[in-house]
Design a protein around this ligand. Sequence first.
Ligand code: THU
Length: 160
Amino acid sequence: MKKIEISTFLTIYDSVNELPTDVQELVKYAAEARKTAYAPYSNFKVGVALLLENGKLISGSNQENAAYPSGICAERVAIWKAASDYPNVKVLKLLITASSNNKIVDSPVSPCGSCRQTLFEYESKQDELIEIYFMGETGKIFKTDSLKDLLPLAFSKILL
Ligand code: THU
């Protein structure tokens, strides 16, 4: 028996100004998407922007439901929009931002486990890494170079 350590990488940006120009565009696009969230139960609004290989931007926001588990996160709205409208176009970058009606969200909001698993499948399928940037409404921005850094030991289709 042995115990091993699994490590992961995170890049931390202090402000939006430090981000590459194309990612600054994603911040603006995702902040607009946040306004389209339907979040009357949590009052927590999440906006996502994706950059596709063909240069198109795709947005998504969380959509809640009175039957709570029927609601869906912004990340899955965005990736499924992209997969449905542009099935064979690679996703290069994804940015997540969130705000709350109850307080200022000034620390990065990371994707939930189900969204990580969903995004991981699309990253594996396209055979190119997806850069994930995540932030609150203000404050630092965290970045991972791949879903592999967010979901070590992911369940993968190669196991089926
Ligand atoms: N939510 C997202 O849209 N993305 C995340 O990464 C975390 C949570 C949504 C789901 C729900 O509508 C609200 O935020 C509160 O959990």
